[in-house]
Design a protein around this ligand. Structure first.
Ligand SMILES: Nc1ncnc2c1ncn2[C@@H]1O[C@H](COP(=O)(O)OP(=O)(O)OP(=O)(O)O)[C@@H](O)[C@H]1O
Length: 260
């Protein structure tokens, strides 16, 4: 169904077919406050796309709209060919928040299983999917642990596993690693890149951390504030792995900082 819809012109021919998210003049106000105005760009299937900008530039609001938690006031968007408002029952979007939101009364396995609740998968298929994804994030030995028994980095892996268990086409992340210490955050960057390589999913993430954007993203959107608009979309043309000691990466980080 998605692929059939994809063959139809989406808005106009200026968007390439390989775009998975297409936004057209998206605007959102909270009362008098103009939070997003005329957001108009596209995200390509399979890319890692970062959004940076000053505090209050509407980055989280943007993700909340894309995820379906909030509704835009005007404009429209499509994900994988489906228009906003037609997502009910479509579960291929995962959303990771700043807090890991693990349920303390559930084990690692049962927290991951939470992602599959209310799906029509059979019991065996669910179990296989959960085992696979727990293996994938390297938590096999900790499947029966409780959240309070594991480290911050491991909790972050559980949150990632819970997102991946639905096999998302699009993974949205709102500063998911910002609460981790620098070393663990860097490990999670490696982990995310590895999982992205394995799955080919599209990753869209918001961050305050310009380094994080430069290390991970294929492209970075810089939002301006009040109202949030897209100032610029920057291509990060650097090979991976991107090491902070690399002069090209440092230069990219400096360039991005100047644009905020
Ligand atoms: N539900 C809401 N009701 C009213 N105002 C809101 C609501 N959510 C966000 N805002 C306001 O909208 C503006 C944008 O908020 P948002 O959280 O999207 O920005 P942000 O760029 O993600 O900020 P930060 O980087 O600080 O997380 C802020 O001024 C915020 O106070």
């Amino acid at each position: 169904m998605g692929s059939v819809a994809y063959l139809e012109p989406v808005y106009s021919t200026d968007f390439a077919r390989s775009n998975i998210i297409e936004l057209k003049s998206l605007s959102k106000n909270f009362g008098e406050l103009k939070v997003l105005e005329n957001i108009d760009f596209a995200i390509r299937a399979g890319e890692i796309f970062a959004i940076i900008g000053t505090s209050g530039s509407g980055k989280s609001t943007f993700l909340n709209i894309i995820s379906g938690l909030l509704e835009q006031d005007s404009g429209s968007f499509r994900i994988s060919g489906k228009a906003s408002g037609q997502f009910s029952g479509w579960k291929r979007i995962a959303y990771m928040f700043q807090e890991d939101r693990l349920l303390p009364w559930r084990t690692v396995r049962d927290n991951v299983a939470f992602g599959l609740e209310n799906t029509s998968l059979g019991k065996q298929a669910k179990k296989a999917r959960i085992d696979e994804v727990i293996d994938l994030v390297g938590l096999h030995e900790f499947a029966d642990y409780w959240p309070h028994q594991i480290s911050g980095g491991m909790r972050s892996r559980v949150a990632l596993a819970r997102s991946l268990v639905i096999e998302p086409e699009v993974l949205l992340m709102d500063e998911p690693f910002s609460k981790l210490d620098a070393q663990t955050r860097s490990q999670m960057h490696g982990e995310l890149l590895r999982l992205h390589d394995l799955t080919g999913m599209t990753v869209v993430f918001v961050t305050h951390d310009v380094e994080e954007a430069a290390v991970l993203a294929d492209r970075v959107a810089v939002f301006s504030s009040r109202p949030g608009r897209v100032k610029e979309i920057v291509d990060v043309n650097l090979d991976r792995p991107r090491l902070l000691t690399d002069a090209h990466l440092s230069e990219q980080i400096r360039t991005l900082r100047k644009k905020i």
